[in-house]
Design a protein around this ligand. Structure first.
Ligand SMILES: Cc1cc2nc3c(=O)[nH]c(=O)nc-3n(C[C@H](O)[C@H](O)[C@H](O)COP(=O)(O)OP(=O)(O)OC[C@H]3O[C@@H](n4cnc5c(N)ncnc54)[C@H](O)[C@@H]3O)c2cc1C
Length: 287
């Protein structure tokens, strides 16, 4: 299949991109890595009037650690974020999630910010941003605003980025030295979208006991769900979270899995993710 006819601009600077998007209004659509947008256009599930290709905005192809945040620019490819040693050391959950995103060829082209804006409920980076309480910086020709993760995901494939806006950066808080993270998922084939996935974060207190445990879920709901499991898992991590997770998740069925199967999978993956995150927290805390 081929896309419908569309107009095309390739700005050379952020300023030009924002002016172009502003002039196009609801007719404009940002093209980043194209790994989600072009297949959707080819299947005629979307028919934007005009694409604004941001691939020449080299100024947005950065990954840096500054002010307690890992900052990822709009043109940083998944592969570049995954390879970045400073980002890996500062926030291990980024790499743990990214290595589950698709295949190498797609990670070489697809952008981490694009993946978050695309807001696929099965996208690993949506759960990572939600669990860590990250933010997205969104710009227009008139100015900028910062959107918190909890306000960013509005529905399946729907984020807070409005027509005329460009998401310029996603920020992920640096991991505390007494905390650990893990990301586990089940996919039918390696590189496929997950049937269910769980990102976990465990924080230890000064006494070495668990002071907080949280998990975020993908492929379960229209938007990423974050559960506070601190009480259910207990100070030493030995509590069984099954009942709490089962009661608080209401998974959607689809052609890949029934709701019951997904709920059971979420329980099993939560136990695994929490155990791994707890182990990582103890190791980091001891180092
Ligand atoms: C076969 C296949 C398997 C995949 N498997 C997975 C997977 O397992 N997990 C996963 O998470 N993803 C997966 N993906 C998607 C991949 O991660 C994409 O790269 C990502 O979802 C979108 O990033 P992109 O840069 O390609 O965005 P694009 O496809 O260019 O854009 C996607 C959407 O986001 C908008 N957009 C992009 N960037 C911006 C911006 N800076 N500002 C405003 N709007 C923007 C576009 O307008 C469009 O609506 C897969 C893709 C393919 C083709």
């Amino acid at each position: 299949m081929k896309p419908s006819t569309f107009g095309y601009s390739r700005p050379e600077s952020l300023e030009e991109a924002l002016t172009t998007l502003d002039s196009l209004g609801t007719d404009g659509k940002v093209l980043a890595g194209g790994q989600s947008l072009l297949p959707i256009m080819s299947m005629r599930l979307a028919a934007p009037q005009h694409l604004v290709d941001i691939n020449r905005l080299a100024e947005l192809a950065y990954v840096r650690v500054a002010d307690g945040q890992v900052r990822v620019g709009a043109l940083a490819r998944h592969a570049a974020v995954l390879r970045d040693p400073d980002a890996a050391a500062a926030q291990p959950l980024l790499g743990q999630g990214l290595q589950m995103v698709a295949h190498a060829t797609i990670r070489n082209r697809g952008t981490t910010v694009g993946s978050i804006v695309h807001a696929d409920p099965s996208g690993e980076m949506t759960a990572v941003l939600a669990l860590l309480g990250g933010t997205v910086r969104v710009a227009t020709a008139a100015g900028e605003r910062e959107v918190a993760a909890e306000d960013f995901f509005l529905g399946p494939m729907e984020s807070a980025v409005a027509p005329g806006e460009l998401a310029v950066e996603a920020s992920f808080p640096v991991l505390d030295p007494a905390a650990g993270t893990a990301f586990v998922e089940v996919a039918r084939r390696h590189g496929d979208y997950a049937v269910c996935g769980v990102a976990a974060h465990v924080q230890l207190g000064p006494d070495g006991a668990i002071s907080s445990a949280r998990a975020a879920y993908l492929s379960v709901s229209a938007t990423p769900v974050v559960l506070d499991l601190s009480e259910a898992c207990g100070a030493d991590g030995s509590g069984d979270v099954a009942g709490f997770v089962g009661d608080n998740l209401d998974p959607d069925p689809d052609i890949h899995a029934t709701a019951d199967y997904r709920r059971q999978l979420a329980v099993v993956l939560t136990r695994r993710a929490l155990a791994q995150a707890h182990k990582a927290a103890r190791e980091r805390n001891a180092a």
